[in-house]
Every structure is written in structure tokens, then in C-alpha cells.
Design a protein around this ligand. Structure first.
Ligand code: GDP
Ligand code: IMO
Ligand code: MG
Length: 431
């Protein structure tokens, strides 16, 4: 029987989604990116060779897998073409393996300029810490119904007019509110018309394609993570799209009933790039060890990621929001050297000492909580190379079992290294 699988992040992004999508494409015919843009950075390691993908789905390295960028994704044509050309240099036949929805919203240079100018004006105290890729302003245009879609380019005269109107609107703001440089209309237009020539052959109506392939094995690849979601995340320190399960359907047109399995990817500790609440954040030596051992530097911006212990209150909320069927724990190897390992199982309100075991959606409450931890003894040995769950040290198994019991959700996959091969599959999602 065929299966349609969603793989999404349960924390603040960078859980290792790309690795797991690539791994599971051994049995997939299609991989779909349905939200976000090139703010994402998904890292794949195959036999030691590293590839970072931003817009292109993580099935691109597999022969026989078709990759779809569907309507919910916002696209910088410039960034996409660069990514395609970099892969072609590595002999990946991208044009045979990738299609793009004509309904995707364009990320244009004025979105990037606005993103950067606003963050600069907010200063360190109020900035969100965006990736500076123009994602927020592009989604704003979508909601304001002035955005330009890929399909609009084919009506060149109308497209040029609307582009001019939008650019004037943003140039006014850039000049008068942000004291920033304005952008040149003709060079933006010329570049779009030039770039689209290379991409034309892979632009399609992806909602029709998806309807026709529902009986194949499809992976829907989430970008970002549950708590960066515009509705359910730690607002306003979030991205501009829905990163939770609903985005699969709005962002692709696929039917909810045709999804069979939802895999939540959980890093064995927590990280966050940019600003915003992070209850289990560590500011001590342990946090530094997680940063260095985990090589926690952003795949898109190379910024240091903030680090902390695993927060199961937060994971349990992610499971509820996304109706996650199973978990994949990644980067378990990074905990190999620890004497003791902590897991957050509740919070204490600093205002009145009350203990809560649900993740508060109110940012004001989030600012005033401290984590309550359960402490586990570390296994203090390398787990690299282990292929079978039963061969893991007993203490490692206890750590995993506790996660399953606390969340009432089975752990189906454990990742113990960056390479495709460094994985323990307890239950194969395709079976
Ligand atoms: P994504 O955005 O969710 O795809 O994750 P990123 O690629 O941004 O960040 C995850 C990082 O962890 C990448 O550098 C991966 O190569 C690496 N990684 C993934 N899984 C593992 C693992 O199990 N162990 C180790 N050591 N590294 C991993
Ligand atoms: P992947 O798919 C981690 C964060 C930014 C910032 C906030 C808003 O690799 O997991 P944006 O540029 O989207 O307006 O920034 O969201 N952010 C991510 N953090 N992983 C990502 O993607 C992210 N995409 C955006 O750091 O805090
Ligand atoms: Mg990433």
C-alpha cells in the first residue's frame, strides 16, 4: 500500500528534518516543500559529502524522486536559480527532478531590503533576528493581496505595471521611514524576465499534479519548526508562515484524509536561532558544550544557535497541534559525553510558584517561567555506528523510553550522526 508522510519540526527549526527526509526518500516517489522559503537550511550528508538545501526539497539527490515546490512556498527566483546551478555543478540533474508551482509568491529585492531595514531600525532589543531573506515582507504582500505570483510574469505588461506600483510603495518607505537606499525598477524587472527563462520549463500547476499522484509515496517536507509558526509559535518571535500541519494542505492543495503518517522531528536537546522565549536555554558551560559538540551554527546565516535542554512540555504541545503519529529523535550522539542529562517536564511560574505542565501560548507568561527538570545519568560512551535499538546502552534506551512515555508517542527513528547511514530505524514509516 502507498503512504503519504509529513515530516516536520517540533521545536524552533534545525531539528535535522533534511537528513530524515533524504533518508526516507529511499521509498518515495515525490517530496513536496509546502511553506517557508530560503530562510530554511536543510543539511544532508551522504557518504561524508555535505549539501545544504534552502528552497529545493531534500529528495533532489535521489534518482527517481520528483521534487515539488508547491503554492505555499515563497520564492526568490534569484536564490532558486543559484541553488539549482550549484547542484548542477555537482552533476545533479535538477531540471529532471524539480517542478515549481506557478502559484508561488515571488520574494523580490524590495522584500529583502525591507526585512533588513526593519530589523536594523528595531535594534538589538526589539529585532526578531530574521534570516534577512525577505520572507516576512513577502508573506505580508500575500495577505495584503498585492503580491506577485510566478504565473503573473507571463502577462508581461501587467506584471511590469504591478511591479512598478509595489516598488514605488516600498521605495517610499525605504527612503522616508528607514533612511535606506531605494531600488531600481528596470534592473529588478530585467532580472526577473531573464531568470524566468531558465525556470519556465519546470513551472506547473502543482495542485493538479498532487491530486493525480496521491496513490504514490509522497513526503511533505516541513521547514522551520512548530514554535516558529505564525499562529502557534512564540509570537512575535516567529516566522511569517504556518509551519504546523495545516500548512501542508493550504500550501499544496493536498487532501488531509490522504495523509497516513506524521513524523515529528525532535532534536535531543533544544536550539533556537534569533530572539524570543526559550525556557530551557542554558547560559553556562553546558550550553557551550552543546553548541560546540552539536556544531550549532545556522545553515542559512551561520549565526550561533542558542542551546538548552530538551523540553518535553513543548514537544507534547507540538504533538497535539500537529497530530504527530511518531517521533524521530536526532543528534542523540551529541549527548554522548554528558555526566548527566536533563529533560524539562514542567514549568514553575515565577509570579506565584504555581507548577504548570502545559506550554503557555501567552508570551508574557513565557517570560516568567522556569523549567523543572528530571535528571538522567549520561551513558558516557559513543553510540556512533550502532544500527539496532537493542544495542544502545541501557541508559540511552531509558532516555528514549522516557520520551515515549511522557509524550504517549512512539519513537520510530533515532539519528546518531549527520550521515544518512548514521540512523537507527525502530519502525520503518513506509511499512
Ligand atoms: P533542518 O533545518 O531541520 O534540516 O536541520 P539543519 O540541517 O539546519 O541542522 C541540523 C544539523 O545537524 C545539520 O548540520 C545536520 O548535518 C546535523 N545532524 C542531523 N542529524 C544529526 C545527528 O543525528 N547527529 C549529528 N551529530 N548531527 C546531525
Ligand atoms: P529550517 O527549515 C531555524 C527563524 C529566524 C528568526 C525567525 C524569523 O532550517 O529549520 P524569518 O527570516 O523566517 O522571518 O525569521 O525564524 N528561522 C529559522 N530558525 N531554522 C529555520 O529553518 C528557520 N527559518 C527561520 O532565525 O528567528
Ligand atoms: Mg535548518
Amino acid at each position: 500500500m502507498n503512504k503519504n508522510i509529513v515530516i516536520l519540526g517540533t521545536q524552533w527549526g534545525d531539528e535535522g528534518k533534511g537528513k530524515i527526509v533524504d533518508l526516507l526518500t529511499d521509498n518515495a516517489q515525490y517530496v513536496v516543500r509546502y511553506q517557508g522559503g530560503n530562510n530554511a537550511g536543510h543539511t544532508l550528508f551522504i557518504n561524508g559529502k555535505k549539501t545544504i538545501l534552502h528552497l529545493i526539497p531534500s529528495g533532489i539527490l535521489r534518482k527517481g524522486v520528483m521534487n515539488i515546490i508547491s503554492n505555499g512556498v515563497v520564492i526568490s527566483l534569484d536564490a532558486l536559480l543559484k541553488e539549482i546551478n550549484n547542484l548542477i555543478k555537482e552533476d545533479i540533474p535538477v531540471y529532471e527532478r524539480l517542478v515549481i508551482s506557478s502559484a508561488c509568491i515571488l520574494v523580490l529585492p524590495y522584500h529583502i531590503a525591507m526585512d533588513i531595514a526593519r530589523e536594523k531600525m528595531q535594534g538589538k532589543k526589539n529585532a526578531i533576528g530574521t534570516t534577512g531573506k525577505g520572507i516576512g515582507p513577502a508573506y505580508e504582500d500575500k495577505v495584503a493581496r498585492r503580491a506577485l505570483r510566478i504565473s503573473d510574469i507571463s502577462d508581461e505588461i501587467n506584471f511590469a505595471d504591478r511591479l512598478k506600483e509595489n516598488l514605488e510603495y516600498y521605495n517610499f518607505q525605504l527612503k522616508n521611514f528607514y533612511n535606506s537606499n531605494t531600488l531600481d525598477y528596470q534592473s529588478i524587472l530585467d532580472k526577473i524576465l531573464f531568470t524566468i527563462q531558465s525556470l519556465k520549463k519546470i513551472i506547473i500547476d502543482s495542485s493538479i499534479l498532487l491530486k493525480n499522484i496521491k496513490n504514490s509515496n509522497i513526503i511533505f517536507e516541513g521547514a522551520q519548526g512548530t514554535f516558529l509558526d505564525i499562529d502557534h509559535g512564540t509570537y512575535p518571535y516567529v516566522t511569517a508562515s504556518n509551519t504546523t500541519i495545516g500548512a501542508v494542505f493550504t500550501g499544496s492543495g493536498f487532501a488531509p484524509n490522504d495523509i497516513n503518517y506524521i513524523l515529528g522531528v525532535v532534536k535531543a536537546y533544544s536550539t533556537r536561532v534569533g530572539f524570543g522565549p526559550f525556557p530551557t536555554e542554558l547560559f553556562n558551560k553546558t550550553g557551550e558544550v552543546l553548541l560546540l559538540n552539536g556544531n550549532e551554527f545556522g545553515s542559512t546565516t551561520n549565526r550561533k544557535r542558542r542551546t538548552g535542554w530538551l523540553d518535553l512540555v513543548l514537544i507534547r504541545r507540538a504533538i497535539q497541534i500537529n497530530s504527530i503519529s511518531s517521533l524521530c529523535i536526532t543528534k542523540l550522539d551529541i549527548l554522548d559525553s554528558f555526566e548527566e542529562i536533563k529533560i524539562c517536564i514542567a514549568y514553575r511560574l515565577l509570579t506565584n510558584g504555581e507548577i504548570i505542565d502545559t506550554f503557555p501560548s501567552d508570551s508574557n507568561i513565557l517570560k516568567n517561567i522556569e523549567p523543572i527538570y528530571k535528571i538522567f545519568p549520561g551513558w558516557k560512551q559513543s553510540i556512533l555506528g550502532i544500527k539496532d535499538f537493542s544495542k544502545l546502552p541501557k541508559k540511552t534506551r531509558s532516555y528514549i523510553k522516557y520520551i515515549e512515555e511522557f509524550t504517549h508517542t512512539p519513537v520510530d527513528i533515532i539519528s546518531i550522526g549527520p550521515d544518512r547511514e548514521d540512523t537507527i530505524i525502530i519502525r520503518n514509516p513506509w511499512v
